[in-house]
Design a binder for this molecule. Sequence first.
Ligand code: F6P
Length: 328
Amino acid sequence: MNEPIKKIALLTSGGDAPGMNAAIRAVVRACTYYRIECVGVYRGYEGLIEGDFEVLSGRHVSNIINKGGTILKSARSMEFKTVEGRAKAYENLIEAGVGALVVIGGDGTFTGGLKFIQEFNFPVVGIPGTIDNDIYGTDFTIGYDTALNTVVEVIDKIRDTAGSHNRLFFIEVMGRDAGFIALNTGIGSGAEEILIPEKDIGLDKLEESLAKGRDKGKTSSIVVVTEGEKIGKSVFELGDYIKEKYPAYDIRVSVLGHMQRGGSPSCFDRVLASRLGVAAVECLLDRVSGVMVGVINNEVILTGLNKAIKLNNEIDKELLRVAEITSV
Ligand code: F6P
């Protein structure tokens, strides 16, 4: 990294998240501010391999700060997992005169970025963009806050039905292997029980807690469940299991799915994305590579991509305690 950087490429990869557009806008505007060129790469690493590039000016990113999804589109590329794929991508960047790359995404995105640095010594900086909040080195990932608000709004609506029909609802939320969305929306929506992969409460505890609620006169209940296998069962199997044991319960299962990834980003996500977009460009201009920009205790902090990928964010024990106390 001896030559001054004149052109930066930018891509979004993995699952889209609200606020990615705000981050794209911030990267492009920071490039304009520092008088360097910004090249948008379409469809993540797929577009990098195919050379699907477009020079982005400040005006290309007008009126996108409020939009969900990603204007650069996203993909999960299998070809970039091969040495040949990455070599093609490298050649395309060199041919386009690009001197550094900003990647917005999650774990998979950063793993690709790290490989790229190791193989070609090409400067890469990562920006955490995923609704799951499962990236080490930042208190919040872009899109997480919006997803929390979306989920809470939907659970509030489902509670209307649960209350009106005296029903028990199992509501599955996203998060892949992480329970951040479930724990926070469970507390925020007043769920009776929250099932997260980080803390296996076991079926006995779930049954006990439902029975306690019933004894206290609760006529409806909400159980928020992180997607994937829980207590060895899918959310539907869980519903069937409880129904079989307790036929009196009127049970429904709701899988919220991709609605959690869409929609206009919250103000929090827009500000976070703007800060991290600017920080990513400034890192590269300062010749810093192989890091992810994140926010810890409201300060922009750099974390090695290798750490961001390997380490896990811990579930907040205090939140677990609050969930337990407030759901009695
Ligand atoms: O990582 C974001 C996420 O929405 C996860 O919560 C979920 O497990 C996964 O992506 C779904 O991926 P896809 O949209 O490829 O089905």
